[in-house]
Design a protein around this ligand. Structure first.
Ligand SMILES: Cc1cc2nc3c(=O)[nH]c(=O)nc-3n(C[C@H](O)[C@H](O)[C@H](O)COP(=O)(O)OP(=O)(O)OC[C@H]3O[C@@H](n4cnc5c(N)ncnc54)[C@H](O)[C@@H]3O)c2cc1C
Length: 397
């Protein structure tokens, strides 16, 4: 593994300065306040501003609405966006869906959508999880029934994050209830302003806004079908694998693993370190001079480094499980003050530790739970037999 730093050329340094100056302008305190208030993982002004520079899809050629950036400049941009805590959830779901649109959508539809996606005016969310269970994606029950050149959708989805800020949802539907479950699915890009679509807000304990979405006699043109009828499982594989961290260029300029919430974890550790430097104990000693405190803090910093270098699906689990355990440890080190929320009197750095603690809990669930990932690691990385659980077709004897 090569962990050396990349020497930036003068042009790349100039690009870094350009990005920083641009973000200084657009990522204001109001943007962060909006995110705290809404939990949207999205800010329309920032999204459109990035789109206007071609920086939503910076690798795309300029003629497609991108910026034609080389890999180093793409990395510079990604790191700067992360450091500024730019809300990027909807950007990320849009990118995941786009890979499927390009491969499976009607070419005219894809050509019409591409410049709009690049500019930030068209955005996509993921309509995967059923209310009955999100882990078993292939068990989707939302029905799509053919009606001439259209399909009629009935059912509901839970946890469609960003639906209220998106124009389309990438929806898993059941088109053949008689077929084996993986063979009766069809994917659609459903316009969210269609009559019969109702979006209801859900606010999580971690402060994220997600949604329940109800579909009642929603008519969708066959033009919006993604891939063949009953071949939805194949259409879904690209976006699912990408969400699970596959397909990243192996050039040392991508994150090594798939991390969940590491930025929030590091922000909390940094806040605790600053707090320790300005806080004295009742006996008058500075917390930052306490070797036991420093030892525990150092351990957490090492954990964040370990998270960042743990590859593949192990990285997904390491990041979430170490974050959940580590943030609890941090609260124990700082004391009850750490749990004062944003806006409360005495909150440490505006409640950053409390926020990180609440945010940590959801990281074990979305994008596939840590339990499901343990099964994937066992099967696909360690080559162990497929996990057998109640409901599986056969038990291992
Ligand atoms: C904040 C947030 C945002 C989300 N955003 C989206 C989104 O945008 N789009 C979307 O479609 N979904 C989204 N999800 C849903 C998420 O993907 C699901 O919550 C997740 O896949 C788990 O599904 P479930 O909650 O229905 O739990 P279930 O699938 O009902 O699982 C219940 C429990 O059983 C365990 N379990 C289930 N199957 C297995 C197995 N095979 N092996 C071991 N253990 C198992 C699980 O780990 C869990 O503990 C979001 C969820 C959250 C919390």
């Amino acid at each position: 593994m090569d962990l050396s730093t990349v020497e930036l050329t003068p042009e790349q340094q100039a690009f870094q300065q350009e990005v920083r100056a641009f973000l200084d302008e657009i990522v204001t305190e109001e943007v962060h306040e909006h995110e705290r208030r809404t939990g949207d993982g999205f800010n329309e002004g920032v999204h459109l501003a990035l789109g206007s520079r071609g920086w939503l899809f910076p690798a795309w050629p300029v003629s497609d609405g991108g910026a034609g950036l080389d890999r180093v400049c793409q990395r510079i941009l990604a790191l700067e966006l992360s450091r500024r805590e730019v809300p990027m959830v909807t950007h990320s779901t849009t990118g995941l869906v786009w890979s499927a649109v390009e491969l499976s959508a009607d070419p005219e539809l894809a050509a019409r959508l591409k410049p709009e996606v690049a500019a930030g005016r068209v955005r996509f969310c993921l309509g995967y999880s059923d209310p009955e269970g999100g882990s078993d994606i292939a068990g989707a029950t939302l029905r799509a029934v053919r009606d001439g050149d259209e399909w009629v959708l009935n059912g509901s989805k839970l946890w469609t994050t960003g639906a209220h800020n998106c124009q389309y949802t990438f929806l898993i539907t059941r088109t053949d209830p008689e077929a084996p479950k993986h063979k009766g699915l069809t994917m659609f890009l459903v316009p969210l302003d269609s009559p019969g679509v109702e979006i209801q807000a859900i606010r999580t304990y971690g402060g994220e806004r997600t949604n329940a979405v109800y579909y009642t006699d929603v008519h969708v043109s066959d033009t919006y079908r993604m891939g063949d009828v009953n071949a939805g499982w194949a259409t879904l594989q690209g976006p699912l694998s990408a969400e699970h961290g596959a397909g990243r260029p192996d050039d040392g300029l991508s994150d090594i693993g798939m991390t969940m919430g590491t930025r929030e974890f590091e922000a909390a550790i940094d806040a605790a370190a600053r707090w320790a430097k300005r806080t004295t104990r009742p006996d008058g000693t500075l917390v930052a001079d306490d070797p036991a405190f420093l030892d525990r803090l150092g351990h957490l910093v090492v954990e964040t480094e370990a998270i960042r270098v743990t590859p593949g699906p192990m990285g997904r689990n390491k990041s979430s499980l170490s974050y959940i355990a580590g943030i609890a440890e941090l609260i124990d080190m700082v004391g009850p003050e750490a749990l004062l929320a944003h806006g409360s009197e005495g909150a440490i750095e505006d409640g950053v530790i409390d926020y990180a603690h609440r945010f940590a809990q959801g990281t074990a669930t979305y994008g596939g739970t840590t339990e499901v990932f343990k099964g994937m690691i066992a099967q696909h990385v360690l080559g162990l037999p497929r996990l057998n659980l109640p409901g599986s077709k056969a038990w291992v004897r």
